[in-house]
Design a protein around this ligand. Structure first.
Ligand SMILES: Cc1cc2nc3c(=O)[nH]c(=O)nc-3n(C[C@H](O)[C@H](O)[C@H](O)COP(=O)(O)OP(=O)(O)OC[C@H]3O[C@@H](n4cnc5c(N)ncnc54)[C@H](O)[C@@H]3O)c2cc1C
Length: 432
């Protein structure tokens, strides 16, 4: 088997992988990107709508345009890119096994950045009863058919789930001449960004049915209709509201799952709340020298946030490996670090936090990302360790579709190294 040695090996060449690789290279590491597709760019290549880069580049780009800006930088940097190369195994000793047309490759890595993205939840995940016909597919697959393969998924379309991919596809299929009959959402609120509800549904008069779900799939071998019904506050179907809607295509936009089978092979522990790796403030997993970023870590709605997070992971991976190399070359014993790991967990109204632990004293400001689990009109972020409040934010409205970020400064955390107090992140409603 051919062996290759790099300071940093990045698995996945989407926006996360490219930004991590560029930052690691910038910090002085030798870097390889391994990507199974025949081009870099990841999911961005099929997202031909605009709306990317508003905060990172301060301009509105399409997905392929955003990807191209990074692909050009990777090409100009001295980064080795392995396309059409699939990573199939990963060990805690940071050996990456991959295969391509040339056969098997073994990468020995000083540090690894996991950037494999996520995949879509399918019908099986929510167990919709009924037949198993053609015509039921995920929204991302339909996006690939229409935007890359120039294929038409159907004529009369129903979309289940109001996440951003479903909303974007409602508009896209309408523009391509298909009839989108409606978007059905189990929750009493929409899951996508407000701008996508407005631009993709309201502007095209596509109805959004909240607290409603698909209760049956009808037809074989091709989809003929679906049955929908309203649900009560406990998500139980309200029998009298069952209704059959004739259609030939059902698109599922019911969530994404981080692509973590490989991560688990390396022994990385996963956070049950995100299904991504459990990481600290440097985005390092509990396997030393293995870092994670982008959708494999937690699902992002905005690629700009993916890029920022990946730059952090790339810099930390390079720092990890270069620190190890310096120690070996000076024969220096590993210094005893008087640092304590504190857990960081979601409190009231918060569904998850990334990171899920902090190592104090902090060496730099820590970015804490989180989402609320329900919409709140007026609320504020409260981060506390025991009774000590570390951060209290300005009241504003919160939505589960919007990822929130708070930076904690090392000064605010310094006294915590001795107390071992777990930290909670809560979003508390404010009256008036
Ligand atoms: C339909 C849709 C619409 C969106 N709209 C917007 C928008 O309007 N604005 C915005 O800012 N953001 C938007 N986003 C979000 C943004 O595009 C994503 O969050 C971002 O692309 C995730 O980047 P990533 O690098 O983590 O994952 P990906 O882009 O999925 O890249 C992961 C890469 O890893 C590779 N890979 C996986 N496993 C392996 C393996 N074993 N071996 C080798 N390679 C592997 C994959 O092939 C892939 O190329 C949208 C996303 C989608 C899906």
């Amino acid at each position: 088997m051919k062996q290759l040695n790099y300071d940093v090996v990045v698995i996945g060449g989407g926006p996360a992988g490219m930004a991590a690789a560029l930052k690691a290279k910038d910090k002085g590491a030798t870097v390889a990107i391994i990507e199974r597709n025949d081009e870099l760019g990841g999911i961005l290549n099929q997202c031909i709508h605009s709306g990317f880069g508003l905060s990172y580049f301060k301009q509105e780009l399409t997905g392929p345009e955003y990807a191209e800006l990074f692909i050009n930088q990777v090409a100009a940097a001295d980064i080795d890119v392995f396309l059409k190369t699939m990573v199939i195994d990963l060990s805690p000793a940071r050996q990456v096994k991959a295969m391509n047309d040339e056969g098997m490759l073994l990468f020995n890595a000083g540090a690894i950045v996991l950037a494999m993205g996520c995949r879509e939840r399918t019908r099986g995940a929510i167990k919709i009863p009924g037949s198993r016909p053609a015509g039921v597919l995920t929204a991302g697959l339909a996006q690939r058919y229409v935007n890359i393969e120039n294929r038409k998924p159907g004529e009369r379309i129903v979309i289940l789930g109001s996440g951003d991919i479903g909303l974007i596809m409602a508009r896209r299929l309408t523009l391509e001449g298909m009839q989108v009959l409606g978007v059905y959402e189990l929750m009493p609120y929409a899951n996508g960004l407000y701008r996508n509800i407005k631009n993709c549904l309201d502007d095209f008069e596509i109805p959004l049915h909240l607290s409603t779900t698909v209760t049956k799939i009808i037809g074989h071998p091709h989809l003929k209709a679906i049955e929908v019904a309203k649900v009560d506050e406990n998500f139980n179907v309200i029998e009298a509201t069952r209704e059959v809607i004739p259609c030939d295509t059902l698109l599922l936009s019911i969530g994404l799952i981080p692509e973590n089978e490989l991560s688990q092979k390396s022994g990385v522990s996963l956070n049950p709340r995100t299904n991504g790796p459990l990481v600290n403030e440097d985005l390092e997993t509990d396997q030393p020298g293995i870092f994670a970023c982008g959708n494999v870590l937690h699902v992002h709605d905005l690629v700009d946030n993916v890029t920022l997070e990946a730059e952090q992971a790339g810099a930390a991976a390079a720092a990890y490996v270069l620190k190890q190399t310096n120690r070996q070359s000076t024969n220096e014993a590993r210094p005893v670090e008087a640092r304590t790991t504190l857990s960081l967990s979601p409190g009231e109204n918060v569904s998850y936090t990334v990171p899920a632990k902090l190592t104090v004293p902090l060496q730099h400001a820590a970015r804490i990302l989180f989402r609320v689990n329900k919409p709140l009109d007026q609320a504020e972020v409260v981060i506390q360790a025991g009774t000590k409040i570390l951060y209290q934010g300005k009241p504003h409205a919160f939505k589960p579709s919007v990822m929130e970020m708070v930076a904690l400064n090392p000064e605010e955390m310094i006294h915590l190294s001795y107390t071992k107090q777990p930290i909670t992140v809560a979003v508390q409603a404010v009256n008036g």
